[in-house]
Design a protein around this ligand. Structure first.
Ligand SMILES: [Ca+2]
Length: 559
């Protein structure tokens, strides 16, 4: 395979001797000394710190190169502007990207060198979920730190209210002095404000699904000549935003929401060679043979027919090649952004987060698409690199249960701000220091989109996943699903009827009830979030639920 840079416009590189000096600075003994000094909260001087830890010749070599760099690049020319202890934040967000599209999550068939590097530089999260696995609702979760029943925002339910947006992370960070930039699919509108362009210092966002053709995205059109496909145009936007923020000497929060790999499949043709003719290993739960133990309710939505409609059954390799090719484009854009952080001298003070708004089912259990609670749909990649943290560079993985509601509190914590009381999520910053701990016992996964029979609430813990499929009718009866995700991540065995797991079942029922109680207590009184407090209740009889099922769900255009 060709190296990534062969497909890209040449990016200016530092000249060779500067690279050499940088490589000396990154030697393990120098890095170790730097970390020791950091732990003691002392300024780091490589000249004094490495003395006695490297050989005399190594020390002289380092000193020589340091002097050369200092003469030709005096600190005022390329150094990061003073910004106290507040880091910059880069939040990178894919659309419909599952964990098995990323190499560092174990798929050897895919090429994601930049995503892998980000994960290995930082921390890879193994149990990260979107609390709702569909575009609009998930984006509202991320921005506000709240479950869907508090954002009041999803397709078929309604737009976001201005008072909810007023406590979203971009607003709060800008109020705190951050330079804020956004590009890509905003994903929702705020009543009376639309896309909220005026709440950002730099804007490359667009309405609806946005377009794969860069020139069709009005706010991004200036990048179209060089990057006609939108994915790399977002890399270029990110580079410009970083340069602008550095010029203004402000800490910055750059949020980019890529359109890829959302269907309709439209990969950048410059990457056509990456997966041409490739055969992909199918997941261990691929196909309808692995669907018999899943509820009939979960088969009422469009996910079940899409296994065939989207040809996972007959043309798996071709479908996956274009899917992974779109992810490859994002990977290149991630590299463009990280290179710019280095060029501007701010990489050491910038936290980079990479994740997706929902996962994607590509033939697992004979389904396609998203929305449902199954792992391929609800669980997504999450890599966070905070170069100042103890987990950085140690190739660590975190198994704590985390969710998309955690981003807003995390970004605020990074900026030294307290999360408002309305937020349901928790800061992930403690995990960056100690990935072995937990930040919560359980969390909810929500689906109130699609046919009402397929709606459901799920309780998650680090080990277990419990879903109550409440709907009765058309030959269906309410049914429970219990999966041991730690031992059975492919969800091949529903343990709800297994006598050996009665205790686990009962424990998860209680956690489910607690999540539902929170729903009833906190759900907004508008946009149709109240009735699910009754429909999802395990103790309420069907005859009380049935009248609530006749109410139609909204008529919005669904994507
Ligand atoms: Ca999505």
């Amino acid at each position: 395979m060709k190296h990534v840079s062969t497909w890209l416009e040449p990016i200016p590189k530092p000249i060779l001797w500067r690279d050499r000096a940088k490589s000396l600075w990154s030697r393990p003994e120098v890095e170790k000394a730097r970390r020791r000094a950091e732990a003691r909260r002392e300024p780091f001087s490589p000249i004094t710190q490495i003395h006695g830890r490297c050989s005399r010749s190594q020390s002289k070599e380092v000193l020589g190169w340091v002097l050369v760099v200092l003469v030709l690049f005096p600190p005022s020319a390329g150094a990061a502007p003073p910004r106290g202890s507040r880091p910059n934040i880069v939040f990178l967000f894919a659309d419909d990207q599952c964990t098995y599209s990323v190499g560092c999550y174990g798929n050897r068939d895919v090429k994601t060198p930049q995503m892998d590097k980000l994960g290995y530089d930082g921390l890879i999260f193994e149990r990260h979920y979107n609390t709702t696995a569909i575009c609009m609702a998930s984006r509202a979760n991320v921005m506000t730190g709240m479950y869907e029943y508090q954002t009041g925002c999803n397709f078929t339910h309604g737009d976001m209210r201005p008072d909810v947006w007023a406590r979203a992370y971009p607003v709060l960070l800008r109020q705190a002095g951050y330079f804020t930039a956004f590009a890509g699919k905003f994903g929702f509108v705020v009543d009376g404000k639309g896309l909220c362009e005026g709440d950002f210092d730099m804007w490359g966002g667009g309405p609806g699904q946005t377009r794969y053709q860069t020139k069709a995205n009005t706010s991004m059109a200036k990048y179209a000549e060089k990057y006609p496909h939108s994915t790399l145009s977002y890399g270029a936007f990110g580079q410009e935003a970083i340069k602008n923020a550095v010029k203004q000497q402000k800490p910055f929060c750059l949020s980019i929401s890529f359109k890829a790999p959302h269907r309709p499949t439209t990969p950048d043709p410059r990457f056509d060679a990456v997966y041409a003719g490739k055969t992909f290993a199918k997941p261990g739960n691929y196909g309808r043979d692995h669907a018999e133990h899943l509820s009939q309710q979960s088969k009422q939505g469009r996910q079940y027919p899409r296994f065939i409609e989207w040809e996972y059954d007959k043309h798996y390799d071709e479908v996956m090649a274009t899917y992974h090719q779109q992810v490859y484009g994002i990977d290149v854009a991630v590299g463009m952004i990280r290179e710019e952080l280095e060029r501007q001298g701010v990489a050491d003070n910038t936290v980079v987060i990479y994740t997706s708004d929902n996962g994607f089912i590509c033939g697992s259990h004979g389904y396609g698409s998203k929305v449902l609670p199954m792992e391929e749909s609800s669980r997504v990649p999450l890599m966070i690199y905070d170069p100042r943290s103890h987990s950085a560079g140690k190739h660590l993985r975190c198994r704590a249960l985390t969710g998309n509601i955690d981003f807003a509190p995390t970004l605020l914590a990074l900026a030294g701000l307290e999360a408002p009381d309305n937020m349901d999520g928790k800061s992930l910053v403690p995990l960056l220091e100690n990935p072995d701990q937990d930040i919560r016992d359980h969390m909810a996964f929500i689906n109130v989109w699609g046919p009402i029979a397929a709606t459901s609430l799920t309780a998650l813990t680090r080990q277990w996943k419990y879903t109550y499929w409440w709907y009765r009718g058309e030959g269906m009866e309410p049914v429970e699903a219990l999966f041991n995700i730690e031992k059975d991540p492919l969800e091949l065995k529903n343990l709800a009827a297994d006598r050996e797991h009665l205790i686990a079942l009962e424990v998860m029922r209680r956690k489910y009830d607690r999540e539902l109680a929170a729903w009833k207590e906190r759900a907004v009184p508008y946009n149709d979030y109240q009735r699910y407090g009754i429909l999802f209740d395990r103790s309420i009889a069907w005859d009380k639920k049935q009248p609530l099922c006749t109410k139609p769900m909204g008529q919005r255009i669904i994507k």
